[in-house]
Design a protein. Sequence first.
Lengths: 508, 148
Amino acid sequence: METIGFLMDGFAVALTPYNLMFALFGAFVGTLIGCLPGLGPANGVAILIPLAFTLGLPPETAMILLTSVYAGAMYGGRISSILLNIPGDEPAMMTCLDGYPMAQQGRAADALAISAIASFAGSLIGTIGLIILAPVLARFALTFGPVEYFALFMLAFATLGGITGKNPMKTVIAAALGIMISTVGIDISTGTQRYTAGVLEMYEGIDFILAIVGLFAISELLFFVEARMGKGRSKVKVGKLTLSFKEIVSTIPTQLRGGVLGFIAGVLPGAGASLGSFISYTLEKSVIGKKGRFGEGDIRGVVAPEAGNNGAASGALVPMLTLGVPGSGTTAVLLAMLISLNITPGPLMFTQNADIVWGVIAALLIGNVLLLILNIPMIGVFVRLLSVPPMYLLPIVTMVAFVGIYSISHSTFDLYFMIVFGVGGFILRKLEIPMVPIILGLLLGPEMEKNLGHALILSDGDWMTLWSSPLAIGLWLVAGLGLVLPTLVGPIIRRRMRSAIKEGPVSD
Amino acid sequence: MTGMGDRILGLFLLVVAVAYGWVAQQWPEPFGGAEGVGPETFPTILAIVLVVGSLYLMIKPDADAKWPVGKSALELVISIIVLVVYALLLEPLGFIISTTLAVGILSWRMGAPPLRAFVTGLISAVVVFGLFNYGLSLSLPNGLLGGS
């Protein structure tokens, strides 16, 4: 099997002390980002991108660092779900249902430990799925021409809102805005200046990294200022670990089911980690039936969603690595890193940059082991950091974002731009325009235009070429469904997720 | 009237879309004659998409969000001003002074006691400055503290 060979090469890359150090650092920072309020995984990874640049890291190390942060954030999200009944990030929402009751019954330490194990299992299953599926999909994607790619990009935008998305028209608007911003600068194929207004700094276009940091980090700060949630939360006692080996063994089937379901949800466009954890929780509930005490602190109610969302996190890397089309905010930010490292994402990456792809996959496996080790004995450290009040934390995070952006170009011009993006992002988020399609538009805009151009040149300007191959038609159909389904099915699923949460004996 | 927010956004986006599309039509034809796709083709499509989207927003707006008024609005404006002034003063004042001030004011406005806020600002500024300048040998502006 050549895959095994590649994976071994990947381990050789990831196990060098230098890369291992960054994987460990990333895993630690990622867990922090996941558990701290106001720092979502996409946000956290975005802030670290400029740092990875200024450190002058080689591409594989930079990617290993960010992937470990990504994996770590998925682990970290559960900590505040369990202890405070506040999900650290969106996918960790379902973990509140049984995690918090367990903590109230004095089993917080057990809930944290078993969820770490479940995260590990889910992630492991997801990564194995990634190793098996990614090369196959990459080989298939090699048959894509410009027409198929253009349709695929449309599909990515259409499904980005997800099944649970609210107003698909707002996704369309956000995507159009993002792509528009990406057209600023000198047109690559003709050299025409577009929307530069003669300003020298605009010739190269708007750097998407400062747009991402502005849209996420600055707008987050403004949200906290508005809500005046500056005060920290009271410290929580974790208690003693009483988890028995037998209990761990008894949850193994749950871990397997959750991981596999999560992985599938992660790979599929428009599903993502939140749906992954929701599906695995609901399935677990119906499999166990009346025998379980779901919602009252059943241990399997913690295991299922955690295995699910970590499986989904690895699954979401499949379309990002093989097609260059991310399905979620955080993978979009990872894609931004790849593009700025001058690596063309997509199927060719598996042959041209095999060391990076397999290095990242191997790092994901190693990162998981590190995370499991970090998360069981060191849980106390993270719990203590949970009570750092955002009023100190967010200004410092913002300052780090400023420094990162400043150190890329040493120009304050970029800082003003970042603030503009932050304020704009705040207003748009207030109006429920999603941020992720804007970012995806910024990233994919140039590629879309290039593929559209190639397709039309090949067909002598005949627009019908966009619907000429069966594969392209299929992709267009799925894209259409992706826009229509949320309006039909979305309200039903959203209601179910809400009622599932309300059913829990949560009295806050 | 409900949905004012979306309607105003829709109107704003409509103006943006029309201006964006109109500018695209003004570019000179690229050297070598027109091909299937010129520099204006893709922007024109985008402008049309955004026009449709903005019209939809104005016709079928969602319910309004709660906009900050009074004190929270003032706090927001203060925070934005702090950020702009921070960017403005970063080079002349130097990293440590401007960061202490920026982080201090932001923390204080978010509810921290003033002294603790500025001490947090100073400590974080010194730590980050040390890390970047000596650890990573990337120079941040020294400003007033620079000496020579």
